[in-house]
Design a protein around this ligand. Structure first.
Ligand code: TXA
Ligand code: MG
Length: 316
C-alpha cells in the first residue's frame, strides 16, 4: 500500500502483472508502461485510490485524470460517444489518442477522476503490458503520467523512480516507451465538433479531411480547456533556451539534425525518433552539471508540433 515507503520494481512479465493487479485491487498505486509515457495507475472507481494519485504526484485537484479502458465497449459505460467519437475510436483505438467526451451520469467513478467536470477523458492504450493489466482487473485505471506534478514525464522505469521512489507501491518495468510523448487529446462534443486540447504522437493532419469526407477544420481551443495544460510544465529545473544553433559555455546542448549537441534528438532529423528521445534527453540535461539547457530548432510539422509544445512548456 502507498503508506509504506518502499517502491517495488517488478519486471512486466505475467507474474509482475498479476502482482500489480492485486496491488491495484487493494487500492495501491502502480506505475505502468504505455506506448506514450509511463502512467501512474490506480483503480478509477475508488475515491481513496484516486486521492493517492493526487497526493503522490503533488497534483492540483482541479486537474482531472485520464481513464484507461480495454476498449470501446468498456468506454461506453462512462461516456456518451457522439458519431465522430465512434469513428475516432474505430480508427485510432488502441493507440495514443485520448478523447474528452460528455460523461455519463451513471459513470460511477470517483468524482476526483474528472475533477467535477461534466466530461471525462478516455483512452484505450496499445501497450501490451497496460492491456494485460486492464484485462486482469474488473475496473478502469485512472493514470496520469508517472512524474511529480510539473516535472518531466517518464519514458523509462528509472525516470519514474527518479521522481516517485518511495511515494508509490510498484513500478512495472517494461523498458523504454516507443512514442515518447503523451497522447494526443481531442475533445468531441455532442454535436460532433471537436478541438485538439493537446498535440501528441497522433498525426492529426488527417483530422481536417477525414470527417464524413468533408473538409472540417478543427476549432481553436477556447471553450473546453485541458486544465493541466499550464504554461509551465515538463520543467527540468533549470533555464531552457530554444532554437539554439550552438551551446553557450554553461549550457547542456540538445541537438537535432545538423545541429549537434551533448545528446541529439535525432542526428538524421527524424521527428518520430526525436519524439521518442525527447524526455530522456531532458532528464539527462536535468542531471548534467551544466546550469542551463539549450535546444536546437525542431521543425513545426507532424509530431514536431507536439515536440515544440512540450519544449515551450519546459522553457516557460
Ligand atoms: O499518454 C498519456 O496521455 C499519458 C498516459 C499515461 O496515458 N497520460 C497523461 O496524463 O499524459 P496526464 O494526467 O499527464 O495528462 C492528462 C491531461 C491533463 O492535461 C488533463 O488536464 C487533461 O488530460 N484532462 C483530463 N480530463 C479532462 C477533461 N475532462 N477535460 C479536459 N481535459 C482533461
Ligand atoms: Mg503529465
Amino acid at each position: 500500500m502507498s503508506g509504506k515507503n518502499v517502491t517495488e520494481v517488478r519486471l512486466a512479465d505475467a507474474v509482475g502483472i498479476a502482482e500489480a493487479a492485486r496491488c491495484l485491487e487493494s487500492g495501491g498505486l502502480v506505475a505502468v508502461p504505455t506506448e506514450t509515457v509511463y502512467g501512474l495507475a490506480a483503480r478509477a472507481d475508488s475515491a481513496e485510490a484516486v486521492a493517492r494519485i493526487y497526493a503522490a504526484k503533488g497534483r492540483p485537484d482541479f486537474n482531472p485524470l485520464i481513464v484507461h479502458v480495454r476498449g470501446l465497449e468498456q468506454a461506453e459505460r462512462y461516456a456518451h460517444f457522439p458519431y465522430y467519437a465512434h469513428h475516432l475510436a474505430a480508427t485510432q483505438w488502441p493507440g495514443p489518442l485520448t478523447m474528452v467526451l460528455p460523461r455519463r451520469q451513471d459513470a460511477g467513478l470517483a468524482p476526483a477522476v474528472t475533477a467535477g467536470l461534466a466530461t471525462i477523458a478516455l483512452r484505450v492504450p496499445a501497450h501490451p503490458v497496460m492491456q494485460a493489466l486492464l484485462a486482469a482487473v474488473d475496473f478502469p485505471l485512472a493514470a496520469p503520467s508517472a512524474n511529480r506534478s510539473g516535472f518531466i514525464s517518464p519514458t523509462t522505469a528509472q525516470h519514474v523512480l527518479s521522481s516517485l521512489d518511495g511515494r508509490i507501491d510498484m513500478v512495472l518495468d517494461g523498458g523504454a516507451t516507443a512514442k515518447g510523448l503523451e497522447s494526443t487529446i481531442l475533445a468531441v462534443r455532442e454535436n460532433d465538433t471537436w478541438e485538439e486540447l493537446r498535440p501528441g504522437p497522433l498525426d492529426s493532419e488527417w483530422l481536417n479531411l477525414d470527417y464524413k469526407g468533408q473538409d472540417r477544420p478543427g476549432e481553436r481551443p477556447s471553450k473546453i480547456e485541458a486544465p493541466g495544460q499550464l504554461a509551465s510544465h515538463y520543467a527540468p529545473g533549470k533555464p531552457v533556451r530554444l532554437n539554439a544553433l550552438e551551446a553557450g559555455p554553461d549550457e547542456f546542448m540538445i541537438g537535432f539534425g545538423a545541429v549537434p549537441g551533448d545528446v541529439t534528438l535525432s542526428a538524421g532529423g527524424n521527428l518520430t525518433e526525436a519524439a521518442s528521445r525527447l524526455y530522456a534527453a531532458l532528464h539527462e540535461a536535468a542531471r548534467a552539471h551544466h546550469p542551463r539547457i539549450a535546444v536546437a530548432p525542431v521543425p513545426e510539422e507532424g509530431v514536431g508540433r507536439a515536440i515544440n509544445d512540450r519544449l515551450r512548456r519546459a522553457a516557460a
